[in-house]
Design a protein around this ligand. Structure first.
Ligand code: ADP
Length: 380
């Protein structure tokens, strides 16, 4: 840093499953291992051993690492920005376990493991919810009795903030406009999916809520659903709260509709005439289209609509379906530009369009590194 030069990247996946996978890549070498990875701590130990291995030659001693930036999913109302980790901060992250039961415990394990390995480094938490700190109360409150917000923290928090922040800054730079003058709709379509409405550089609304289950149709999550359906499932179908939780988070979305949560597989099925997959794609795009309409109403004249993450960056089919028949709103895609594959930020709308349609690759790791570096420099 500050050049953001990438020395190594890696991934540990399928933690807790029968067979897991860990890999690391540097400019000259790559290593991967397939083994059962029992829990997050085990995965982190694997990575930290690799980081220090003489073979990969990434560092001579762990003390060369000045800071570690951690993605922490839930910062509640406490953390509005990147924060240096102290025992007090760790306790607060623990208190927020109930709001992010799948993510915050694993994030805390990452912090504990990194503290053990990189004893000379400062640790920083970059919160996925922090970007939504600017939501106005009329956007973050639910129409529920007030005590549920005041006493139990029931409100919209939003997620994927690190990605929305990164792509909004990168898109503003691409447009050649200061971010505080940009009105953007950012659409993050990964396995999880969300949108953000950004007015003058500040996020004023988002599709994920108190939990990451609402808004867009996702790989395995329902997105928006009438809450009465959940009560019906409890009272009439005999599902417990835990079963409903698993259903709406892990068994629904594209997986529930087609049997497959991978968008590549869904597109393949649809192209081969599979009706369920064709319907699922139309439903997926229609939900995004509705939110584009509502966000235009919320933020006024839009500079750009930005697609990002696995599906957003790679699926010209989804982008085409989303932007279909929206010329009356000034939204139009150039088919040829849309079909051109690239890993670079690019515009896929006709050059004369007032609303640009951009494909902006996200880089959450770089955003975390930059925020960590900025905070480290400010602390010195
Ligand atoms: P996450 O980080 O949320 O796990 P990603 O941002 O990596 O997810 O996105 C994963 C999704 O991207 C998967 O559904 C995958 O099918 C989809 N995807 C990746 N490449 C393509 C492609 N070429 N066409 C369509 N979908 C793609």
């Amino acid at each position: 840093m500050p050049q953001g030069q990438l020395l190594a990247s890696g991934l540990v996946e399928q933690i807790g499953e029968n067979m897991g996978n860990a890999k690391i890549k540097t400019s000259s070498q790559s290593k991967s291992e397939q083994l059962k990875i029992n829990h997050h701590k085990h995965g982190l130990e694997l990575i930290s051993n690799w980081l220090q291995s003489p073979e990969l030659a990434l560092m001579k001693h762990q003390s060369e690492v000045s800071a570690v930036g951690h993605r922490v999913v839930h910062g509640g109302e406490t953390f509005a920005k990147t924060t240096e980790i102290t025992s007090k901060v760790k306790n607060k992250i623990k208190e927020l376990f109930s709001l992010a039961p799948l993510h915050n415990p694993a994030n805390l394990e990452g912090i504990n493991e990194a503290e053990k390995v990189f004893t000379a480094a400062k640790q920083f938490a970059v919160f996925d919810t922090a970007f939504f700190n600017t939501l106005p109360e009329h956007a973050y409150r639910y129409a529920l009795p007030e005590y549920l917000y005041k006493d139990h923290g029931v409100r919209v928090y939003g997620f994927h903030g690190t990605s929305h922040l990164y792509v909004s800054k990168a898109s503003a730079k691409f447009l050649g406009k200061p971010i505080h003058q940009c009105n953007l709709i950012t659409i993050h379509l990964g396995n999880g999916a969300s949108m953000a409405a950004i007015k003058n550089g500040r996020c004023i609304d988002t599709t994920l809520g108190m939990t990451p289950a609402t808004g867009l149709i996702m790989g395995t999550r329902t997105g928006d659903i009438d809450p009465g359906v959940l009560i019906y499932l409890g009272n009439n179908v005999g599902l417990s709260a835990d079963e409903i939780n698993t259903l709406i988070n892990k068994e629904s979305g594209m997986k529930g509709l087609t049997g497959n949560n991978d968008m590549r597989a869904v597109e393949h099925l649809a192209a081969n005439g599979e009706k369920r997959a064709q319907l699922a794609l139309v439903m997926y795009a229609y939900r995004i289209k509705k939110y584009i309409g509502s966000y235009i109403a919320a933020i006024g004249p839009v500079d750009a609509i930005v697609f990002t993450a696995g599906v957003g960056e790679n699926s010209d089919t989804v982008r085409q379906l989303v932007c279909l028949d929206m010329q009356h709103l000034g939204i139009e895609i150039n088919t040829k530009l849309n079909a051109t594959r690239s890993g670079e930020i690019r515009s896929i709308s006709p050059p004369e369009s007032i609303i640009k349609i951009l494909v902006t690759p996200t880089n959450e790791e770089l955003e975390i590194a930059q925020q960590t570096f900025t905070n480290l420099s400010a602390n010195v």
